[in-house]
Every structure is written in C-alpha cells, then in structure tokens.
Design a protein around this ligand. Structure first.
Ligand code: NAD
Length: 493
C-alpha cells in the first residue's frame, strides 16, 4: 500500500506548506476512499460468506498469528523499548487465539436464524430474525496492546462475515508494519487490509462511510471520532478508558488485595485500559496496604531497570506525563511512596511504581486516567462511602472488589455502574471469552468479544413471511362492519 508514511506534516504555517499539507490530506482521503471502495465492491459482489467460509477465515487468522508469534513479541519489544515477552504472549497472542477458538466453537449457533412469534391475528404467517453481515467494518486501535486491540475486533467482524479495514496506532509503528504484513500474507486485499500512517491518516480514516466503526482509545478522541462517523451515520463502538477503582473490603486481607492490585497495576507497567487506577481502602489500613504493595512488587520484580519482565513506558512524552503527575501531587502535599529502591530510568523509560497517599481531589492523579505505574490510595469509612465515592465520578471501564461477604458483593454490584467487574481479582474478566467487553458512558459504548461481539458486527434483520391464505385483506379500506366487530372485540367499546 502506498499510504502514507511520508506525507507532509502539519507543522508549519506558510501558505506554500499549507497548500502542500492540504494536497497531502486530499491524497490521503482519495487513496483511503479508493481502498474502502475496493472492499465495498467486493462485499457487494460476493454477498455474505457462509459458515464454512467464515471458519476458513478464522483458521487463516489463527495460523497467521501463530506463525508470527515470535515476530509479534519482537516488534512489541522494539516499540516499547522493553515489553515483557510473556505479557506479549499472554495479552496479545493468547487472547486473540482464545477469541478465535471461542468464535469457531459457537459460530454455528450464533449464525442460526431465530424464529419469532407471530400474533394469532396474522397466523398462519411466519416471522424470524436472520443474521446478516454489516459489510465493511473499520477498526482504529491504540498502542498499548496494539496486536490484541486490532485483531480481537477483527475476529468478531470476520465471524460475522464482514470485510475489515484496520488502522493501528502510529505510536507502535513496528507493530503496525507487522500487522500489515501478517494481514497481507493471510487475506485477500479486498477482504482485510491495514492502513498505516499518522494522525492525518487516522483522521481521514474516521470519515470513511463504514458500515460500522470500532474505535479504541481515549475519551477525548472518541468524541472526535464519533462526530466524524456521524457525518455518514456510521454506527460506532467506542472502547475508551477512565479511572477504574479497586475497593478493598473491611474484612479482606490487605496482603492478598495488594498482591492482586499490584499484579494488575504492573502488567504492561500500568498501561492498560482496565488497570486499577486508584484503590479505596478502609480507614486506618492505608499504611499496611502500602507495605503489602511494596512486598508484592518486590516478589514479582526483584529489579526494575534490567528486568525483562517489567515493561517500559511507551515513549518520552508519556514518561514525562507520568513524572509530571507525581511532581504535581507532591507539590500539593501528597505523600509519595516509592515501591523500589531503584530510581526511575528515563533513558530506558523504566518507571518503578509509586503510591500516592493523601492526594488532593483536584490533582492530576485524581482527575486524569493514570495509564502507568502510579497508584493513589484513598481511604473510606464505610462501604457506603466507598460506593458513593465511585458513583460521584464518571462510570469506569472496570471495577475491582476485594470482599468475601456475599451481601456486600451484591450491594457493590447493584449500586455501582461500570463496564465490567472482577471480584477478588484484577483484569481477568477481559480474559473470559464468553463475557462481552465494553464500557459505559465516558468509558465507552457498545461491546465486543463473545456472542455480543458477533452481534455488534451483525445486522439482525427482521423478516415477515406472509402465507398464501391470510386475513389481512380485512385491514384495508373500505372498512366494513367485520373490522368494526373485530376492533370492538380487541379494544372494547
Ligand atoms: P488515543 O486516543 O491517543 O489514540 C487512539 C487511536 O486514535 C490511535 O490509533 C490514533 O492513531 C487514532 N487517532 C488519533 N487522532 C485521531 C483523529 N483525529 N481521528 C481519528 N483517530 C485518531 O489513545 P492511545 O493513547 O493510543 O490509547 C490510550 C487510551 O486508550 C486510554 O484512554 C485507554 O484507556 C484507552 N484504551 C481503551 C481500551 C478499551 O478496550 N476500552 C483498550 C486500550 C486502551
């Protein structure tokens, strides 16, 4: 694909540069439209793939991912500086393969036509819902799990019989190129294609008249993407982020809670949409919790800078962003608790985790999604207060509760709203192939994974079959006494 690595950037303001920039964005739009047109034409010509064809597509993707699994870990290492190989295998390769297996196992049942009731008035007609692919699906994915977040939506879209255009993040360029190669080796170019390039390409991509668009990224860009999609009334699934709380129940072991919270916080160095963002602990137990976090971190990561298991921050900008959160919190009187004796290493972008105690409500760590190894600890007096604290904030993507008492678990589930929940665990609800995944409100809209993913990419089309012998002639004018009689019978006088 000739798109679009060396397109002029919008970084100068002279008329000549502005004209060149406008030429460049015109060219991007033209090339993207042509590419989209090829997928659309192929879809209109070939119609919906049958069950066998869809299984074949899923099998091809599975073989492609397996064949490239070591390359995947390698390019992720290049993009992050250091990305734990095990995290790449678990969260990128294994998760996608599990999605494929689940879709393959259930595809027959998902594709089945669904017979529906017909009221006695219309009998002996029939009604049913048939499952039809939407057409061409667009996927815009972020850098933090750049393989999983491009290929997991692809699994759902292919299972549902669609063609797909992917636009991976420019912040993980080696992975984007590998995805491009993998897709080219695996699929016909009018079936699945990858578009690489920068923000200008992503922006133009979001204006294409897709049959559905999946965007995974920040809420701020989610709004821009939704606006662009609205121009063509393109339905969107927005997979966004936010501040996901962890609540430690009063009777729960702080040691066990700290181990689980630190596992979730340190995986990918906290650069996970569903990482616990902050933790609510019962009043009087914050110091004990902090000490258990230190012990849990030391056990998992005896060293930091030289440790291949501890992932780097993706780039200098994000590293600086995280450091500035800490500085601001400290300047406003928060206590910072460093969990490692090693200092942060800016050149390797390795940042050991830091707990933030007594942060001010308006500080960046309490307002912004952290997306890195910083963990504010907030104390609460009663479970009711903890629930109220969560509910005063935008609905989170995930909520974690450490609690064994069933009535308290039920209460938190009933009284809080979030995209998903793990009880006595962090993050593992996303790994359950039979659970849908998605946020609510500011943390997202729509969902994929599992059957709900198939449904997101499927038109459930209502069909009514009239029978040869029927009584609907009664419903047309001129209306006579028989219809009056029937209406009286149905509606009363
Ligand atoms: P981002 O919003 O900065 O970028 C996401 C994607 O948007 C990138 O591929 C980028 O190329 C594209 N983009 C940039 N400008 C655009 C424009 N004008 N129009 C259309 N697309 C544009 O997000 P990020 O930094 O890559 O990822 C971090 C965010 O993503 C966090 O908020 C995190 O919580 C969220 N996230 C959510 C999930 C989820 O499944 N809910 C998963 C991972 C990350």
């Amino acid at each position: 694909m000739s798109l679009v690595e060396n397109v002029a950037r919008n970084d100068a303001e002279s008329p000549a540069v502005a004209a060149r920039t406008s030429d460049a964005s015109g060219r991007i739009r033209t090339e993207l439209s042509a590419l989209f047109g090829r997928l659309k034409a192929a879809q209109q010509k070939s119609g919906a793939p049958d069950y066998d064809a869809r299984i074949h597509h899923l099998n091809k993707l599975e073989r492609g991912v397996l064949a490239r699994k070591h390359d995947i870990a390698k390019v992720l290492g290049l993009d992050f500086g250091n990305r734990s190989k095990h995290e790449s295998f678990i969260a990128e390769v294994m998760l996608v393969l599990n999605e494929i297996k689940h879709a393959r196992t259930h595809l027959h049942e998902w594709m089945e036509t669904d017979p529906r009731e017909v009221s006695w008035m219309f009998m002996p007609a029939r009604a049913e819902v048939i499952m039809q692919p939407l057409g061409v699906v667009g996927v815009i994915s972020p850098w933090n799990y750049p393989v999983q977040l491009a290929l997991a939506p692809l699994v759902g879209a292919l299972a549902a019989g669609n063609r797909v255009l992917l636009k991976p993040s420019e912040l993980a360029p080696n992975t984007a190129n590998l995805l491009n190669e993998l897709v080219r080796e695996t699929f016909a170019e009018d079936h699945v294609a990858v578009v690489t390039g920068g923000v200008d390409v992503a922006e133009a991509f979001s204006h294409l008249p897709f049959d559905h668009l999946v965007f995974t990224g920040s809420a701020c860009l989610g709004k821009i993407v939704m606006k662009a999609a609205a121009e063509n009334l393109v339905p969107v699934t927005l997979e966004l982020g936010g501040k996901s709380p962890a609540i430690v129940g009063e009777g729960y072991s702080v040691a066990q809670a700290a181990q689980k919270v630190m596992m979730g916080k340190c995986f990918n160095a906290g650069q996970t949409c569903i990482a616990p963002d902050y933790v609510l602990v019962p009043k009087g137990r914050a110091d004990a919790f902090a000490e258990e976090c230190r012990a849990a971190f030391k056990e998992m990561y005896p060293t930091v800078t030289e440790n291949p298991d501890y992932t780097s921050i993706i780039n200098n900008l994000h590293y600086e962003r995280l450091q500035s959160y800490l500085k601001e919190a400290r300047d406003h009187g928060a206590k910072l608790v460093e969990l490692s004796t090693e200092s942060p290493n800016p050149s390797a972008r390795k940042m050991p985790p830091v707990l933030v105690m007594n942060a001010q409500e308006g500080s960046l760590v309490m307002q912004e999604e952290i997306f890195g190894p910083i963990l504010p600890i907030v104390t609460y007096e009663s479970m009711g207060d903890a629930i109220e604290y969560v509910n005063r904030r935008p609905h989170p993507l995930a909520l974690y509760l450490f609690e064994y008492d069933h009535s308290r678990i039920d209460r938190v589930l009933r009284e809080t709203i979030s995209g998903g929940v793990s009880v006595n665990e962090t993050m593992l609800h996303i790994a359950q192939t039979d659970l849908p995944f998605g946020g609510i409100g500011p943390s997202g809209m729509g969902q994929y994974h599992a059957r709900e993913g198939f449904e997101t990419f499927t038109k459930k089309k209502s069909v009514f079959y009239q029978s040869r012998i029927n009584s609907t002639g009664l419903l047309k004018p001129p209306y006579r006494s028989r219809i009056d009689f029937m209406l009286k019978f149905l509606l009363g006088k």
